[in-house]
Design a protein around this ligand. Structure first.
Ligand SMILES: [Zn+2]
Length: 101
């Protein structure tokens, strides 16, 4: 049984979310407290088992290729952000000076 005041810190510590100062405090406490040491070991075991039992979602084999292609396409697209998107090619033509008839 962990000391109640250390339970949350032990969980943060397992997730790597404890500050260095809190981590040092916990490590010195654990050296002297069998209950918290056991609780930390149990949490780590649980984390390991969960990580092993939860399957990672599979990505389509084409995912990386399609993502790379889209990123390359974005890089090629000119960035005229000051022009509203509504100005398509027809809009651009209307901005051109009119030719004398
Ligand atoms: Zn303790």
């Amino acid at each position: 049984m962990a000391c109640p005041e250390f339970e949350d810190l032990i969980l943060d510590y397992c997730e790597g979310a404890a500050s260095p100062a809190d981590g040092a405090l916990l490590e010195s406490h654990i050296a002297a407290c069998a209950g918290c040491r056991q609780y930390l070991a149990l949490q780590r075991e649980l984390d390991l088992r969960l990580a092993k039992s939860l399957a990672r979602p599979a990505l389509s084999p084409d995912f990386a290729r399609e993502l790379t292609a889209r990123m390359a396409e974005r890089r090629r697209t000119p960035r005229l952000r000051w022009l509203p998107r509504i100005l398509d090619s027809t809009g651009y033509l209307s901005l051109a000076p009119r030719l004398p008839a």
